[in-house]
Write a protein that binds this ligand. Structure first.
Ligand code: HSE
Length: 301
């Protein structure tokens, strides 16, 4: 069995109106080196936090789930994990680990599974499909639920736009942020998001910033999460004031993502940082491009 390395991007889901459906891939990477070993083990290098190193490690959980679908046994493996994705911020660190394990297991088995099958396994493990879709496919993805599991459609993102990330120092678990959501939504709110999500897609396809500015609003999840991310409205307003087309909670939060023309992007992150500091939730801004590539396998290190 050859050694391999898997690279998986961070992701930002929802993007305002696309709750559980939209996501983009970001150039903050998680890297996993995989080697055959006597027993399963994980070494976490760098930004590790409380990442589990036993069989509850999400890379291993993903690899085992893929092996189960394949009807094969896998491992034991030694996994070295290095990640530039901040943990617990709504930037897809768990999706990256799950996708990494699934892609690695598929690569070790000779790649019998296509991306759609990988997406289905990843969504089952993660519990929702948006982050794992962008982590697998790259660029901007729309995930459609179907009776046969999720389907992802991938679209290039306008190259003149930048993503302005605001990453607070505090963390929030997706579990807690999902528990805050109401079970049912009023029909008017469903219609609001349907219209805004459609406009968001049109804005991306046409690279139309004015349309994006109209589109980037939500009534399905952000208001319910305000008590967990109390400075959200201030940071979003600051981003728009600094020249962003729009801004939204990144996934379940607490990070915030704004989209802006390249020339205004640094100013946008600075205004987001400033507003967050004033609101008592400091953190750091960062300007990035959307990453076109999804998860990649590099063999024979
Ligand atoms: N769509 C998911 C949510 C993303 O908002 O809960 C979690 O990162």
């Amino acid at each position: 069995m050859s050694d391999l390395r898997v690279r998986v991007p961070a992701t930002s889901a929802n993007l305002g109106p696309g709750f559980d459906a939209f996501a983009v891939a970001l150039p903050l990477l998680a890297e996993f080196d995989v080697k055959p070993a006597r027993a399963w083990s994980v070494t976490v290098e760098g930004n590790g936090g409380d990442v589990p190193i036993g069989e509850d490690n999400l890379f291993i959980v993903g690899a085992m789930a893929a092996a189960k679908t394949l009807g094969q046994t896998i491992g034991p493996l030694h996994v070295t994990q290095r990640s530039a994705i901040p943990l617990g911020r709504g930037l897809g660190s768990s999706a990256a680990a799950i996708v990494g394990g699934i892609v690695a297991a598929n690569a070790l088995a000779g790649e019998p599974l296509g991306r759609r099958a990988l997406l289905r396994i990843a969504a089952d493990v993660e519990g929702h499909a948006d982050n794992v879709a962008a982590a697998l496919y790259g660029a901007f993805t729309i995930t459609l639920p179907s009776a046969d599991g999720p389907i992802a459609a991938r679209f290039a993102f306008p190259s003149a736009w930048r993503a302005c990330l605001f990453v607070p120092t505090s963390q929030l678990t997706t579990k807690e942020a999902r528990a805050a959501l109401p079970k049912d939504v009023p029909r008017a709110d469903a219609v609001f998001n349907l219209a805004h999500a459609s406009a968001f897609v049109a804005a991306v396809l046409r690279a139309d910033g004015a349309m994006l500015s109209l589109a980037m609003h939500d009534r399905l999840h952000q208001a319910a999460r305000l008590r967990l991310v109390p400075a959200l409205d201030e940071i979003v307003s600051a981003a728009r004031g600094g020249g962003a087309f729009g801004a939204a909670l990144s996934g379940a939060g607490p990070a915030v993502i704004a989209f802006a023309p390249a020339r205004l992007a640094s100013r946008v992150t600075a205004t987001m940082e400033e507003a967050a500091t004033v609101a008592g939730t400091p953190g750091r801004g960062r300007v990035v491009r959307i990453r076109a590539a999804g998860a990649q396998v590099v063999r024979n290190q």
